[in-house]
Design a protein around this ligand. Sequence first.
Ligand SMILES: NC(=O)c1ccc[n+]([C@@H]2O[C@H](COP(=O)([O-])OP(=O)(O)OC[C@H]3O[C@@H](n4cnc5c(N)ncnc54)[C@H](OP(=O)(O)O)[C@@H]3O)[C@@H](O)[C@H]2O)c1
Length: 311
Amino acid sequence: MRVFVTGGTGHSGSYIIPELIAAGHEVTGLARSDTAAAAVSALGAKVRRGNLDDLDGLKEAAADSDGVIHVAHRQDLLPSGGIDAVAAAELPIMLAYGEALAGTGKPLVAAGSIGSPGNLGRPATEEDLALPGGDEHKGTLRVRNVVETAVVGLAERGVRSSVVRIANIAHSTTDRAGFLVQLIALAQEKGFVGYPGDGANLWNAVHIRDAASLFRLALEKGPAGKYWHAIGDGGIPFREIAEAIGSRLGLPAVSVPADVLMLPGYFGFLANIVTQNYPASNLITRRTLGWEPVQPSLLADLNNGHYFSAS
Ligand SMILES: NC(=O)c1ccc[n+]([C@@H]2O[C@H](COP(=O)([O-])OP(=O)(O)OC[C@H]3O[C@@H](n4cnc5c(N)ncnc54)[C@H](OP(=O)(O)O)[C@@H]3O)[C@@H](O)[C@H]2O)c1
């Protein structure tokens, strides 16, 4: 297939492009700068110069392709407009792809979040829809759910659309800015590794190379209108992650009281994320697409020489 990929210079995209090429696909990657163009080209893809705010350009690129994988995101909008601005910029992009691909049956695979179905009191499955994210949820991750809902909804317009919900922690030897990197930096700054309350809340993780193979499988054979769960390790108590980081840094893991003022004191803007419980299953993804995560688990990957090289 001729695949148009956005975000090819980012953490996930830089694994997705080689994954697609190794499987025999021809990839064109979006690049908004000379640096990005060189990086995309070095991965073996053709370059299409452009920016996420050029919707006509994205439509044209989608129409010229046999399928689209979209993992770019406007993280530059976070400081000024927060997650609301990121979601508001993302929705028209998905609708533009929808216009370009309507009635073609071509695949569109976009990134989503494992937290989007909310805490159901049981492991969330691929059949659990994203919670509605209206105005009352402004400022929370939930506002971005509208993007997942829109992508999945494009199935009704003849697009083979799906969303890969990525685990809370996506790890690899090239992870530069993910949650793990941020938790390690916080621990180094504070002198201990904090966990919220009793740290029993469950997080999940995926090696980004495994996530990349899931994006490829969803593109190649995923049915329309589905969610896929990119989870390698499900249900890791947050406290275990903190203890594992602490053992590598030689720092104690310490409970931060689950108090609305104390949590931000340690975790800053991550406070309302670290307290969440995200039990989720990947069974439907594995059965439907034949996906199996084979890369190192989160705790094994902490020893890959990347995360603690400076300590
Ligand atoms: N645990 C996780 O990591 C996790 C969990 C859930 C969901 N997600 C989602 O998964 C997606 C992929 O995340 P990631 O970590 O792979 O992203 P990333 O490493 O932050 O990369 C972002 C990409 O977007 C591109 N980009 C940003 N603004 C652009 C613009 N205006 N025009 C064109 N390209 C632009 C960047 O290109 P430049 O090189 O030009 O900057 C880069 O390639 C995101 O939507 C993220 O929110 C991640």
